[in-house]
Design a protein around this ligand. Sequence first.
Ligand code: F6R
Length: 249
Amino acid sequence: MRIIIEKDYEAMSKQAANIVAGQLSLKPDSVFGLATGSTPQLTYRILAGRYQTDGLDFSRATSFNLDEYVGLDEAAPDSYHYYMAANFFNLINMERSHIHIPNGMAPDLAAECCGYDQAIHQAGAIDLQILGIGNNGHIGFNEPNPSFEATTHVVHLGQETIQANSRFFSNVTKVPRYAISMGIKTIMNARRIILLANGSSKATIVAKALCGAINPEIPASILQLHPDLIVILDQEAAEQLAVQDALMF
Ligand code: F6R
């Protein structure tokens, strides 16, 4: 695990964008795993800016999003389809046929999950997975005590996640109770993972996930076993880390 501590959210986002851009130059047909939420928003905006000003080329890349709510269609402003279009895909030149997000409206959700893992496999596996971390340690929507063996599946969202994500909805009752999420096994199969976290509200969970025991109660703690994990934090999210050898930029 490499831990990079940046001074603020902007510097954290630039560092993440640099790694994505580097991956694209090394392998233009890279397969990316993408997260939604507040954390990667600026990373996407920086990358979109680089496409627009420097011609950073996504045309041969492929993406698979981590998750989507069950019961929200693509046009719903709170869906992750909508978020990704608005924050990234409408602003870059990735082929629409290369973009994958679980379909939370699929009539057969089990078949949707199974097909999603097959599509990742057929694409040759994820080269670079971007992750955020929930206040309860979730990655994707893998809530505390997931099976570390799970592939893409339907999850029941925990109360803490429903509450945290209600900030994107008009009120908490509108937050869907179920989602489709890549499982821990799907995530761990990525060749490289970047975990991003910013803000003091993430400091406790970041310290538990990275420095505590590997424990299903903190799903992100499994990332300690990943052979190529880069953690990029701002100073606030890093404030409870007891790691002496983290890189400071
Ligand atoms: C989103 C996702 C979640 C978020 C996490 C942090 O696709 O998979 O695990 O990364 O909930 O969310 P933010 O960034 O909003 O704090």
